[in-house]
Write a protein that binds this ligand. Sequence first.
Ligand SMILES: C[S@@+](CC[C@H](N)C(=O)[O-])C[C@H]1O[C@@H](n2cnc3c(N)ncnc32)[C@H](O)[C@@H]1O
Length: 193
Amino acid sequence: MDKIRQYAKENYIPIIRDETAVYLVKVVKEKNPQNILEIGTAIGYSGLLMLENSKANLWTIEKDEKRCEMAKENFNRFNMQNRVKIFNDDASNVLEELVKEGTKFDMVFLDGPKGQYKRYYPLIKQLLQKQGVLFTDNVYLQGLVKQTGTIPHKHRSMVRNLKEFLVELQQDQDFETTIYDIDDGFSISYFKK
Ligand SMILES: C[S@@+](CC[C@H](N)C(=O)[O-])C[C@H]1O[C@@H](n2cnc3c(N)ncnc32)[C@H](O)[C@@H]1O
């Protein structure tokens, strides 16, 4: 795992931060999910963390082909290939397909494109099992979401979408959500329905 983390760092591949990872593992251990959906595989680091700390099967989505290949190699290295299904596709396509199929998950780890969380949210809600848990990373986006002044133009729509997503998530009576101001900000939402 140290080698994967080191590779990610050297190659500017964003992966879950250390303290966030502690919480992710804690949720996985508490929840003991049978199946987990991850949006944003990168090279498999967070996926491996979840697999190593549970008996769950993991379905994980990554649109970048090279990262997908590396993730596959890493899952193989840890002998996890039989517990993992990787989708090399845009997350919107996969989420829509899974909703159509009526697939359900006990846990969703949302760690894909930050500007799309708002769009994915209604789909994720349909994919979550009763009493399921949604763990969402980077909700403060390097502090930009909490910033009151002008947001640089290139981040503006992403920050607006993320803010709207957070409001929706917190106001949703179907979820019990806590936002943690740790690392890049993450939220843990328990689905009450
Ligand atoms: C923060 S990284 C995931 C890190 C990983 N969860 C970990 O902690 O080891 C986000 C990943 O989402 C992928 N991504 C971005 N847009 C996507 C999309 N529309 N559909 C699927 N994956 C996407 C990126 O290529 C990137 O590898």
